[in-house]
Every structure is written in structure tokens, then in C-alpha cells.
Design a binder for this molecule. Structure first.
Ligand code: MF3
Ligand code: CO
Length: 265
């Protein structure tokens, strides 16, 4: 069931979304080579709790899958060929040339915000830089379609067309989602699909749109031995950007925009 959020609920979601953006802005200024992914996680958790909020991902357990251990951290930090759900570790050091996808969820006032960005560390390969830029742009193309009267897969198709036009691969087994009082609500928001299909979008729907795009041919992210982290099948780099948005008439309202005074997502 897809819920329509009232303006009162959206007001609360604005605060969760704004805090989520602030966490990613803070990490964007702090991240540097030599840092462990665990350190990023500690900074994010402290920041969230200082703002009287709770990390959405910590102890999260997907419903109906008793085999998966609850998620043990505040952030997902996924390096290079890791697509999503990298678990922060004191042994994992960020190096120059890496791309680092950081995904963060914040729960406050009964509602979640969810957003991700891929940070580039120092000088990186030109093709990898293009992957990151195109993934960010694909998310924007998707957001442009999140308006009343369109259909759900107009978002999906816009993301897919942009990524494919540069020869990149869509990770198809990971999708965006509705969001609100639950981190994951209906509908699933795929990053590929056919225009003019899917449910009709209505003002007040809240969606987390999150393209995961890769160099190479991998169409799936695969997890290793029941662990959380999911990697590309061919080991090639992957990028991830995500925003929480409200479907509106004319133009979507993005709740997790960066507050930094620059070109950030
Ligand atoms: N943004 C991701 C998602 O929507 C992060 C979830 S991590 C988890 O699936 F730990 F909460 F599962
Ligand atoms: Co999400």
C-alpha cells in the first residue's frame, strides 16, 4: 500500500531529511585518505544523536528474513566495487583514488530521511569520475520525473536512459523505495523500466530514489557468504546517489538536498 503523506507529516519529514543532508555534508568535509570507515560511522552516529535523532539503519532487520543479522552500524560505507551495504570497519582504510559511497538514514519525529552520495578521494581515474558524475545526474533525471500525473516507471526510465547512454550498467537487483514512518515502504522504485508504466504518481507520495550504477556489465550486486556488503559481479567500480523526495505538482520537493554552498548533490 502506498501512503500519501499529509502536509503535517511532510513537515516532520523535512526535518529528518535536512538532518540526513547535514550528516552527509559533515562527512564530505571530514573524509580524507588514511581514515577508517569505522571513524566515519562514529562521526555520523555522534552527529545524529547530538541532534536528538536516531540512526535509521542501526539494528535494521529486513522483514521476513530471519537469516540476516540486524545491520550493525549507522552508515553503509561501500568502496569501489562494493555497491551498497558496506559495513564500517576499523580495518578498512580509505585511500587516495578510492570512490566511497556513503548511505545514511536518520529517524526523527517518527519519520525517516534516507540519502547517499559517492565521494571521490583525491585524484581518481577519469572513467571512474565519469561514472560518479553520471550516477549523480541519473538521480536528477529521475527526480525531474517525480511529479503528479507521471507514472512510477517514468522515474526508472529516466535514470536508466541517462546511465546507459554513457555505456554504464544498472544494478537491477537493488531498488529505491517508498519512505515515511518506515524506512522501506511501498512502492519499489527500480532504476530501469518502461516509460508510461507503473502506478500513477500523486502529490504527497514520499520516495527514496537511489540509482546504483557500475562500470562494466554487472547487472547485479552479489553478497559474499551471507554478509551485508554487495559487490559488482565483475569487480568493477560502482557509484550510488540517493535522495528522499516528495511527489508534487510541477516539480518534486527534495528533502535531502546538500546545504553546502556548492555544486553538491
Ligand atoms: N538506503 C539503503 C536502503 O534503502 C540502506 C539500507 S541499509 C540497512 O536500502 F541497513 F538499513 F538495510
Ligand atoms: Co534507501
Amino acid at each position: 500500500m502506498i501512503t500519501i503523506k499529509s502536509e503535517r507529516e511532510i513537515e516532520l519529514m523535512r526535518e529528518s531529511g535536512r538532518l540526513t543532508a547535514m550528516v552527509l555534508d559533515m562527512l564530505e568535509t571530514e573524509i580524507m585518505p588514511g581514515m577508517t570507515t569505522k571513524r566515519l560511522d562514529e562521526m555520523a552516529e555522534a552527529f545524529i544523536r547530538d541532534h536528538h535523532a536516531v540512526p535509521s539503519f542501526l539494528n535494521y532487520a529486513p522483514k521476513g528474513d530471519p537469516d540476516v543479522t540486524p545491520y550493525p552500524a549507522t552508515l553503509c560505507v561501500s568502496l569501489n566495487e562494493e555497491v551498497v551495504h558496506g559495513v564500517p570497519s576499523p580495518k578498512r582504510v580509505i585511500r587516495e583514488g578510492d570512490i566511497v559511497s556513503v548511505d545514511c538514514g536518520v529517524y526523527k519525529g517518527g519519520y525517516h530521511g534516507d540519502s547517499a552520495r559517492t565521494y571521490v578521494i583525491g585524484d581518481i581515474d577519469r572513467h571512474v569520475q565519469q561514472l560518479v558524475d553520471v550516477t549523480r545526474e541519473s538521480l536528477e533525471r529521475g527526480i525531474e520525473q517525480a511529479v503528479e500525473g507521471n507514472r512510477l516507471h517514468d522515474i526508472s526510465a529516466a535514470v536508466e536512459e541517462h546511465a546507459r547512454s554513457f555505456g554504464f550498467s544498472i544494478i537491477e537487483n537493488m531498488v529505491g523505495h517508498g519512505i515515511g514512518s518506515e524506512l522501506h515502504e511501498d512502492p519499489a522504485v527500480p532504476n530501469y523500466g518502461k516509460r508510461h508504466t507503473g502506478v500513477k504518481l500523486r502529490e504527497g507520495m514520499a520516495l527514496a530514489i537511489e540509482p546504483m550504477i557500475a562500470i562494466g556489465r554487472s547487472r547485479r550486486a552479489v553478497s559474499k557468504r551471507g554478509g551485508w556488503v554487495a559487490v559488482t559481479e565483475d569487480g568493477k567500480p560502482s557509484a550510488h546517489f540517493e535522495h528522499t523526495v516528495i511527489v508534487r505538482k510541477g516539480a518534486a520537493e527534495v528533502l535531502t538536498r546538500s546545504l553546502l554552498d556548492r555544486t553538491a548533490s
